[in-house]
Design a protein around this ligand. Structure first.
Ligand code: NDP
Length: 399
């Protein structure tokens, strides 16, 4: 049984810890589980919840994941087979460096982003391909829901439904309501940087840019969710999917936002509160979006407040045996059911479960390929079987 180290004990890290403990208890998927982040108290709180809900002990410790030497000391002491990076995108490269130095496999849920520029791209992590391959180590990138399950959904459709994919629309709907005037459902700083960035989609071999949230469409979601307005955004899985889907002509990503969320965001932008550059205030440099993140509700605190469902999936159009075919593959997840199970809302849950399943695929050898890989490069079937088994059932229908 492989020992694992989870770094980050926020909203998502907590779900990852619970689901890894469940897979350890139910099928011996993991050995010792260690949870580390900068704040020990939060790790201990998660460990206590895991013990109470699942009867599994997990070890806790502190680490600053920006510090490669500190990470290596931790890896040398707990000797894990795999690190699950569930901290922030800023830590991806330091954790990958430490994994290479110490001979440990790597997994994350979000691609690297330099703190000083609101710009994410895989180039920084893809630059590690040769080093990971030479070391016989695997780095699995983006094992959350989107990116993550959406990439695996795409691979599933290519394997089982379409010979050629011409159009991909990834549609992320959070139809939940937390009753707060304004809150983000994952890390506020990362969320606001993503949502305020320019939109981008792939059309006939090139990227086309739009103003932030300038394009929208109404989409009718299944299973009682109904019609919602969805906004075009750039999302990281598009970058690898346009390279890995045969025949792709158009790829877009859409997300629902309430009018209330958009109104608050516009005011915050207008007054400069979403700025990511330091501003001198009373003798100190502060970054407005980081200060704002401190004031907003902690996403982990939204669990008991959120009602409703999420629906995230891919609408894919292309050719099957020479004929036009459109399929929709999606998961529906209920906020309250997630809270009852692990004490978290559905956004953390839908990210944490695939992180655990990706880790299971690696430590069991099913997906263990040296190098740096995106999820659609792997066989989707074993992953999707476990995804359903561990709380995220999915449906694929013809439209
Ligand atoms: P939170 O802010 O709730 O948690 C982040 C955690 O990272 C905290 O425990 C924090 O620890 C820890 N952390 C931050 N900096 C460091 C550091 N230098 N060293 C060690 N630990 C650190 O974020 P979420 O849980 O909401 O999100 C976690 C990740 O999941 C993010 O990268 C996010 O982008 C990604 N995500 C991916 C999704 C997907 O579908 N692929 C969807 C949603 C999120 P401390 O509090 O101790 O500082």
């Amino acid at each position: 049984m492989a020992d694992i180290l989870i770094i980050g004990s926020g909203g998502v890290g907590s779900v990852v810890a619970h689901k890894c403990a469940q897979a350890k208890r139910d099928e011996g998927a993991f050995g010792k589980i260690t949870l580390a982040s900068r704040t020990l108290a939060r790790c201990k709180q998660v460990a206590q919840s895991v013990k109470e809900r699942l009867g599994v002990d997990i070890a806790t410790t502190t680490v600053d994941a920006n510090d490669v030497d500190a990470l290596c000391r931790l890896l040398d002491s707990c000797k894990p087979t795999l690190v699950l990076n569930i901290a922030l995108p800023y830590q991806d490269l330091t954790i990958m460096d430490a994994c290479l130095k110490c001979g440990v496999h790597y997994l994350d849920t979000a691609n690297y982003e330099p703190p000083e520029t609101a710009h994410f791209e895989y180039k920084w992590q893809w630059a590690y391909r040769e080093r990971f391959a030479k070391a016989g180590l695997c780095a699995l990138l983006g094992s959350g829901f989107d990116p993550g399950v959406t990439n695996v959904f795409a691979a599933y459709v290519v394997k089982h439904a379409l010979d050629e994919v011409h159009v991909l629309d990834i549609i992320d709907c959070n139809a939940g309501d937390h009753g707060q005037p304004f809150a983000t459902n994952f890390n506020p700083e990362i969320n606001i940087r993503e949502v305020t960035a320019r939109g981008r989609y792939w059309e006939r071999g090139e990227w086309v840019e739009t103003d932030p949230l300038a394009w929208s469409m109404d989409y009718t979601f299944p299973e009682g969710i109904g019609e919602k307005k969805c906004f075009l955004m750039y999302h990281e899985e598009l970058e690898s999917l346009v390279q890995n889907l045969p025949g792709i002509r158009r790829a877009r990503f859409w997300m629902t936002f309430s009018q209330n969320y958009l109104n608050h965001l516009r005011v915050l932008e207008d007054v400069g509160m979403t700025r990511i550059d330091p501003v001198s205030f009373q003798g100190h440099d502060i970054v407005p979006v980081q200060f704002l993140a401190k004031l907003l509700p902690d996403p982990a605190s939204l669990g008991p407040l959120t009602r409703g469902k999420t629906c995230i999936g891919n609408r894919m159009q292309g050719l099957s045996k020479g004929k036009e075919r459109t399929v929709y593959i999606y998961n529906i997840c209920d906020h309250e059911a997630c809270y009852a199970e692990v004490g978290s809302q559905a956004i953390s849950y839908t990210t944490g479960v695939p992180a655990m399943v990706g880790a299971k695929m690696l430590v069991q050898g099913t997906w263990l390929k040296p190098g740096v890989h995106n999820m659609e490069e792997m066989d989707p079937d074993p992953f999707l079987a476990d995804l359903a088994k561990y709380g995220l059932p999915w449906t694929c229908v013809d439209l």
